[in-house]
Design a protein around this ligand. Structure first.
Ligand SMILES: CSCC[C@H](N)C(=O)N1CCC[C@H]1C(=O)O
Length: 352
């Protein structure tokens, strides 16, 4: 864990009046420790800045290779017995957004002389601002996704199953050491009306739009991009939808700069779709931060109170979804820079 990050975290803990933080959210465990099996690990951070990784004997060698943090090898609930002397008499925060009720009961059982405090978003807020190293990791993940798209684009035609397109994208990424960041979305024809239309056995038809939303997870960091491609000659109505979504996407991307409010950015894209009479079909928020998690802060949504800052990496992904007709989405991955933005996704977009 770098010293600046540690100082920011202990500062946030102090503000929340915490003497210690029990970190259980996998992405946060990885963020603090660099350990690549974070679902089987926890980190205890003390206000003094001392941090310890707890994992079990399956990971003895891996932990030695991957983390600079002192490591305790124990399996829960022995983990809690081991940590108990460090937290005795302290106010200890736990991550309410992740810890299950059963796990909280275990903490209560083993840490009897501890004041357990529900905390939320302490590390998530730090994670919204990426270091140069993190930006490089996301850039590499996106580059791989772009290459996968270029390799698979020629097979997206009538007569091919959505599943086979998804498999080709995922195979390309897996062969190069990555995993799919999430279930690859390939939504063709009327399935385009499903924002999360994971690839199905449907065979792509002639003159349809096909929405592909996918990402690579490489060294823990994710990418996220959507392209909608035309097969044959889609109808003028579908083209109209496509052009409206493209305009909304480009308008929002071009407005990105530090100080821009996330709610305002969402409204900018929504306003474009409104002028095209399509706002009611834009069924989700404009975008979200991307990093160790595919979905993280900041949220580019109507009720957000967040403001863009340099170092944030966000998606911009307006879409329209018309039940029984179809729909589409176009999404770029964008870095907020000191004086504007840089689009990290490099795949070409169709012009319709
Ligand atoms: C299941 S991960 C989906 C990734 C995708 N790019 C995405 O974030 N969205 C697609 C529809 C809206 C948005 C979402 O909020 O899930």
């Amino acid at each position: 864990m770098n010293q600046e990050l540690l100082a920011r975290l202990t500062g946030a803990m102090q503000q929340a009046s915490l003497d210690a933080l029990w970190v259980s959210t996998p992405e946060n465990v990885r963020y603090l420790s660099g350990f690549s099996s974070p679902a089987d690990a926890k980190v205890l951070v003390l206000a003094s800045g001392e941090a310890t990784l707890y994992t079990d004997a399956r990971y003895t060698v891996q932990a030695r290779e991957e983390t600079a943090l002192p490591t305790v090898i124990a399996r829960p609930p022995e983990t809690l017995v081991q940590a108990a002397p460090l937290v005795e008499g302290l106010r200890v925060g736990f991550e309410a957004d992740h810890l299950t009720v059963a796990q909280l009961e275990q903490l209560r059982e083993h840490w009897t002389a501890v004041q357990l405090v529900s905390s939320s978003g302490l590390i998530a807020r730090l994670r919204t601002l990426k270091t140069a190293q993190e930006v490089e990791a996301i850039r590499a993940a996106q580059r791989l996704a772009d290459e996968a798209f270029a390799a698979v684009r020629p097979m997206i035609r009538a007569g091919v199953r959505e599943l086979d397109v998804a498999l080709a994208l995922e195979t390309y990424m897996r062969e190069r050491g990555a995993m799919p960041a999430f279930d690859t979305i390939v939504a063709s024809g009327p399935r385009g009306a499903m924002p999360h239309g994971a690839a199905s056995e449907r065979v792509i038809g002639e003159d349809e739009l096909v929405t592909l939303d996918f990402g690579a997870q490489l060294n823990g960091y994710n990418s996220d991009m959507t392209r909608t491609v035309a097969v044959g000659n889609p109808s003028e109505e579908l083209r109209r939808l496509y052009r409206a979504v493209l305009e909304a996407e480009q308008t929002a991307v071009k407005a990105i700069r530090p100080g821009m409010s996330c709610a305002e950015l969402d409204q900018l894209a929504r306003g474009v779709l409104e002028r095209h009479g399509l706002a009611e079909y834009f069924a989700h928020s404009l975008g979200h931060g991307v990093g160790l998690a595919v979905h993280e802060g900041p949220g580019l949504r109507q009720k957000s109170e967040e403001v863009l800052e340099p170092g944030m990496v966000v998606t911009v992904e307006p879409g329209v979804y018309l039940p029984d007709v179809g729909g589409l989405r176009i999404e770029d991955l964008v870095l907020v820079t000191a004086d504007g933005y840089e689009v990290l996704s490099g795949s070409p977009m169709d012009t319709l």
